[in-house]
Design a protein around this ligand. Sequence first.
Ligand code: GDP
Length: 388
Amino acid sequence: MIGFGQAGGKIVDRFLQYDKETGSNIVRAAVAVNSAKADLMGLERIPEDQRILIGQSRVKGHGVGADNELGAEIAEEDIDEIQSAIDSIPVHEVDAFLVVAGLGGGTGSGGAPVIAKHLKRIYTEPVYGLGVLPGSDEGGIYTLNAARSFQTFVREVDNLLVFDNDAWRKTGESVQGGYDEINSEIVRRFGILFGAGEIGEGEEVAESVVDSSEIINTLSGGGVSTIGFAEEEVETASSGGLLSRFTGDDSTDDLDTANTTNRITSLVRKAALGRLTLPCEIDGAERALVVLAGPPNYLNRKGIERGRKWLEEQTGSMEVRGGDYPTKATGRVSSVVLLSGVTNVPRIKELQQVAIEAQDNIDEIQQESDDNLEDLVNDDSDELESLF
Ligand code: GDP
């Protein structure tokens, strides 16, 4: 995982925390890249020697100030420094690269597509992007940055997974507190998705385990992806107590199969019809993957099969995959639905519209202030001459 810019670094940091808490082993290696020294110092879990400060000669460690063209330029100029951090990673052990960035700012917005392009040229592993769209209250320049970066980033990655801050913003919260919560929502969804492909030998055997190749196949073909999520608390015997000692994990073997199946099917529906990371119409999605995570005795093939069929009907896609992700004693059954190759996304169209308006506005203001400055500096009847 490569976190570019402040949001990117913080989200990758958060993935490392998730790995530690859940033992998921999603992140084989993490790198943070930034032009702002303070942002790199604020990270907690990304190893210090994997935090790369770029653009030092240009911006002296102070960041690019939401100028994403400058962000792209310095990423290009310092690509060798980023590459040497990646050189220390055993790339043959990774299934894919994930480049994470907030698209509204400068460093990540400009730099993420640059590093994605570079990685694709050098490695055969897939390169995915996780791009965060700004809230609509952040202002025109952020929207313009995001619209331009989005366009470029989609082109340079094998698939762009999108998270829209605007759909997740809560009122009455400090920005920082809000981001902390949003970041944990991001990591929970992607954690289950990517964690599903990481089941090692000797771990709980699922009826139909999701393999990393199924995630890769779902994401292949490029384009834009979104993720839905739903979960439900269930009782687990392994939460301790006398009963669990006698019956161990088998105590729920006689769970009503019909109930289990129905729960799974409704969780799949809730995930696909609820709030997606990027809200959109699911009809027309090219491919999808359903992952059901939870204690093994709460998972069954029939439920997933029914959820899968339902999703085929809803999306009109013939490529809907599904599988289990057995987790020990979590007390929850969770469903993650990955919708890949979505094209009916009103939010993107709206973002582009606002971006064009902002661009026109900026050009107009620039023109006006050039004229005004000209007026101010020169005397009215041009009687004065400049020195040289
Ligand atoms: P950069 O450092 O120049 O790449 O810019 P930032 O990453 O600070 O900000 C870019 C955009 O990312 C902002 O406009 C916000 O929309 C978003 N953002 C910033 N921090 C976070 C964060 O912690 N979580 C999320 N989800 N979004 C963030």
